[in-house]
Design a protein. Structure first.
Length: 443
């Protein structure tokens, strides 16, 4: 492809993200997907899922009658019946006894539904279906009792809410008739409470197979709107936690969700949080991060700790209107991303394709063409700012120059735009370490 050399002479004409959002035409197919999310179906699914006595991975192994086995079989059947387009399987692993949480050999099964796309790149929407409840004494002591795996554990919000959101989105996407570019994977993990073991096993397998996982949207506790501290209600926002550094692929997912969910579903606020998860805690997206994949945790704005890992985590504590709103945020982000081309590559053999040409004081951005792209959009912001401040559509080219814009003072990125106007994740030009910088480690 012939590289076209463009120069932006007037920065004042560049449209800001907010203004551009108001002028952007939205895809009616995505709007229809958002409208298809059923609050009533979410309630029906969660009522049934919570009715199983426990979904603890280490519950007494009297299969097939034990609640864990019955619960995952019910989930499998629901997904299978949702659409013939879904490829539904048990993603099963044999885990040996290990540590203080896996106290015997156990078979662990994630429940997975795949909606094949036109490409091999994958977008995950996930939750974890296992549950855990402390015994009354352990709850008072704020400790866990891993030997008592048969305690009643309804797990309605933690994380039945994320599980039924995942199941509902599988139905909505598969029933849309839309042919997505990306393959969508809807997966409910097991063993999260034992240390993310279901997600770790899957992520390790995916990494070994070099699976092209572009984004993981992990939903963990997305149905509680009333805070446990003061009873304050927040039913109009959700948090998105993303690991650093500031321009990591995971942070780009968080920015993407905020950008596109705000456009398609403006009544719900997305609040990116610059941490991989809540302070001192973790979720299944962490297992993917540890295996080199970008992923974020979507979660409620208000938490009620009394309803976590407790017999009190019941359906009556879930706000289904709020759960449906959080589901629609997932729909908006995942649909745009699945319809868009892959993000462009901005790194060459010698590092970022960013220079100061032609004057020595400009910002020259170059990138490799993305398959299926009809154009590109460049982004930049002050190097101390948390989110993109400027954007500019530059057409179907593979380089662009911003005149008199210092590459020292700004951070830059590029997204690919498909024929339908759908935008990829932003690929950021990350400042590499100097050749003379050494990493100092301690033995």
């Amino acid at each position: 492809m012939l590289r076209t050399f463009l120069v932006s002479f007037t920065l004042w004409a560049v449209v800001s993200p907010v203004a551009h959002a108001q002028a952007t035409d939205l895809d009616p197919r995505i709007q229809k997907l958002i409208a298809a999310v059923s609050e009533q179906r979410l309630e029906r699914l969660l009522t049934k899922l919570s009715s199983f006595e426990t979904r603890n991975t280490m519950a007494t192994a009297d299969a097939p009658t034990r609640p864990l086995v019955a619960a995952r079989q019910w989930m499998f059947d629901e997904l299978k019946n949702a659409s013939p387009r879904l490829q539904v399987t048990f993603d099963t692993y044999q885990l040996p006894r290990q540590g203080q949480r896996i106290l015997r050999d156990v078979e662990l099964s994630n429940v997975m539904a795949v909606l094949p796309g036109k490409s091999a790149r994958r977008i995950y929407i996930s939750g974890h279906y296992d549950s855990l409840a402390r015994s009354p004494r352990a709850a008072q002591e704020q400790s866990f009792d891993w030997l008592n795996a048969d305690n009643r554990a309804p797990g309605a919000n933690d994380d039945g809410s994320g599980t039924v959101l995942t199941m509902e989105l599988a139905r909505v996407f598969a029933g849309s008739g839309i042919e997505f570019d990306a393959t969508l994977v809807f997966i409910a993990f097991a063993g999260e409470e034992q240390g993310l073991v279901g997600a770790k096993a899957h992520a390790q397998k995916a990494a070994a197979e070099k699976a092209a996982i572009e984004a993981v949207l992990n939903n963990d506790m997305v149905g509680n709107s009333r805070g446990g501290a003061n009873g304050a209600i927040d039913s109009e926002s959700m948090r998105v936690f993303a690991e650093g550094p500031e321009d990591s692929p995971s942070r780009q997912i968080a920015r993407f969700i905020q950008r596109w969910a705000t456009r398609y579903y403006p009544s719900h606020q997305v609040r990116p949080i610059a941490r991989h998860d809540r302070f001192g805690r973790g979720g299944d997206h962490t297992a993917f991060n540890q295996n080199g994949y970008a992923g974020v945790r979507l979660t409620e704005s208000n938490e009620n700790y009394a309803r976590q890992h407790s017999v009190d985590d019941t359906v009556d504590g879930v706000d289904f209107t709020y759960l449906a709103r959080n589901a629609r945020v997932n729909v908006a982000a995942a649909a745009v991303l699945a319809l868009a081309p892959p993000a462009p590559q901005v790194n060459g053999p010698r590092g970022p394709l960013l220079g100061r040409q032609p004057s020595g004081y400009d910002a020259r951005l170059r990138w490799d063409a993305s398959p299926g792209a009809a154009g590109y959009r460049i982004f930049w912001r002050r190097a101390w700012a948390p989110d993109w401040e400027h954007e500019l559509a530059v057409g179907n080219v593979t380089e662009h120059v911003l005149q008199d814009v210092s590459i020292d003072d700004y951070v830059f990125g590029v997204a690919a735009i498909g024929p339908g106007g759908h935008e990829s994740l932003v690929s950021a030009y990350v400042n590499p370490p100097r050749a003379d910088e050494r990493v100092i480690t301690r033995e």
